[in-house]
Write a protein that binds this ligand. Structure first.
Ligand SMILES: [Zn+2]
Length: 131
């Protein structure tokens, strides 16, 4: 399921790129052709074609920019780090460590380094990944 949707996403990504590049090429071709027509003196329809070309270039550029923005957003959206807070009930020694599967609040874990009493997990929280 997961790999299928990933393949589908990669597939739509290629379609998108081909579409944007194709559009850019057609738009540039339109502009060049319009400029050639304008140079030869026949301005009928050439201005319209030029506008269409400029519009095409702007749309494809916009698509590229949007796509780049989305890619950077995806790269930034790293999974958060899960932190487990461990506290010693007797002496109050507090320590943080990365969450380990099976951790839950009020579970007693390793012995306290100070007084050798069992320590308790007092909190689990997610820390946003650093940029
Ligand atoms: Zn202690």
């Amino acid at each position: 399921m997961g790999s299928l949707s990933r393949n589908l996403r990669a597939y739509s990504f290629y379609i998108f790129i081909i579409f944007a590049v194709g559009m850019l090429f057609i738009a540039v071709y339109y502009i060049v052709e319009a400029l050639l027509i304008l140079q030869s003196g026949e301005s009928d329809g050439a201005l319209y074609q030029l506008l269409l070309g400029v519009f095409g270039v702007s749309v494809s550029t916009y698509m590229f920019l949007q796509f780049r923005k989305r890619m950077t957003l995806l790269r930034q959206a790293l999974p958060p780090t899960i932190i487990t807070i461990i506290e010693c009930e007797k002496c109050g020694l507090k320590s943080l460590r990365n969450f380990v599967k099976g951790d839950f609040v009020f579970k007693s874990v390793d012995e306290c380094k100070k007084c050798s009493e069992p320590m308790l997990i007092t909190g689990i929280y997610a820390e946003k990944a650093k940029k």
